[in-house]
Design a protein around this ligand. Structure first.
Ligand SMILES: *[C@@H]1O[C@H](CO)[C@@H](O)[C@H](O)[C@H]1NC(C)=O
Length: 324
């Protein structure tokens, strides 16, 4: 079995002050909503159920809705302080000695167990370079870039923060084995970057279409069958295939003349996103691994937290049910 264990990241050794907990829990809850529950549940009419349109068409429809989010809600991440929660994503990050943002990590109890498709760094670095070229000049200290070793497409949770399913070590190993039996039947995917969007919460997302391989909707359905204890309510629309590229944590640095109150931030952000799209729209990648990840820190995959990763190769065996 292809297995790899990742050492705890050095970030996890960061000292935490006792006062941290006071703001951390509500802030973490907000971040979870912002980062994980995409699209926010109930905010859009559901994509038509299976059978009433092809999966690519349903995916395209979902992506169009997601692309409209910034226009419909505005740049909510710039108004964080005005909400009743009075919390912004910036509360979850510190500034390191070198001036870059570093996440404040918080143990996830119980750990989240996530199945994600992994995007090889060979592809992720191309995307990251394009995103940085466009965004870094404006958001130097207030943007968090996804680690290129950890680009992923969330598929299915065996346990998540909204419905934790506690499991013993043995039960976790059984889940890994069940997941591996699924991955043996799943064929590697050729995916193409349909578009890049910026959400009203400041997350820069890549939205992908599938050219060949086992469709994510089908992968999720096989994982559901293999992991019967998993939360009934999953976090994502079954057809969604997305990766997070970056999270904007504050206001852009702009020349004087653009910092007038009348400055149209949404238009400005659309301009940046359009430039990223010009660079990487249509980018093709191959996905050949599914990772079963135990996240010991809240949002470990997103924030370089502590986690244990089992890398499972997509085997593409014909239904491969001999050993199930
Ligand atoms: C990115 O992730 C890799 C693998 O976990 C880790 O070794 C590396 O330190 C991370 N990079 C940063 C900047 O944290």
């Amino acid at each position: 079995m292809p297995m790899a264990q990742r050492p705890p990241s050095s970030c996890s050794a960061r000292p935490r002050s006792p006062g941290t907990a006071v703001w951390f829990l509500p802030a973490a809850a907000l971040l979870l909503v912002v980062l994980l529950r995409w699209p926010p549940m109930g905010s859009y009419p559901p994509v038509p159920p299976r059978g009433s349109g092809s999966v690519p068409a349903r995916r395209a429809e979902l992506y169009s809705k997601m692309a409209r989010d910034l226009d419909e809600r505005g740049a909510a991440f710039l108004r964080g302080g005005e909400t009743s929660q009075s919390l912004t994503l910036t509360d979850l990050f510190d500034t390191g000695d070198d001036g870059a943002v570093v996440p404040r990590l918080k143990a996830a109890d119980p750990p989240v167990r996530a199945n994600v498709l992994h995007l090889d760094p060979e592809f992720a670095t191309v995307i990251s370079k394009a995103v940085k070229e466009v965004f870094l000049p404006y958001f130097d200290q207030v943007i968090w870039f996804q680690n290129t070793s950890m680009y992923h497409f969330s598929m299915f949770h065996a346990s998540h923060h909204l419905e934790p399913i506690v499991a013993t070590d043995d039960e976790i190993e059984a889940e890994v084995e069940a997941t591996e039996r699924v991955t043996k039947t799943v064929c590697p995917l050729k995916v193409v970057l349909d578009r890049v969007v910026l959400t009203s919460t400041g997350v820069l997302l890549g939205l992908w279409q599938v050219e060949s391989g086992t469709d994510p909707a089908e992968i999720r359905s096989r994982l559901r069958e293999a992991l019967p204890r998993a939360p009934q309510k999953q976090l994502y629309d079954p057809v969604l295939l997305h990766t997070s590229f970056a999270r904007i944590l504050g206001h852009p640095k702009l020349p004087e003349e653009q910092s007038a109150p009348s400055f149209d931030h949404v238009k400005f952000f659309h301009g940046l996103v359009a430039r990223v799209n010009e660079k990487i729209h249509g980018f093709q990648a191959t996905v050949s691994e599914l990772w079963y990840v135990e996240e010991y820190d809240v949002l470990a995959l997103a924030l370089n937290g502590k986690m244990k990763v089992r890398r499972l190769h997509l085997g593409c065996n014909h239904q491969g049910n001999e050993n199930s």
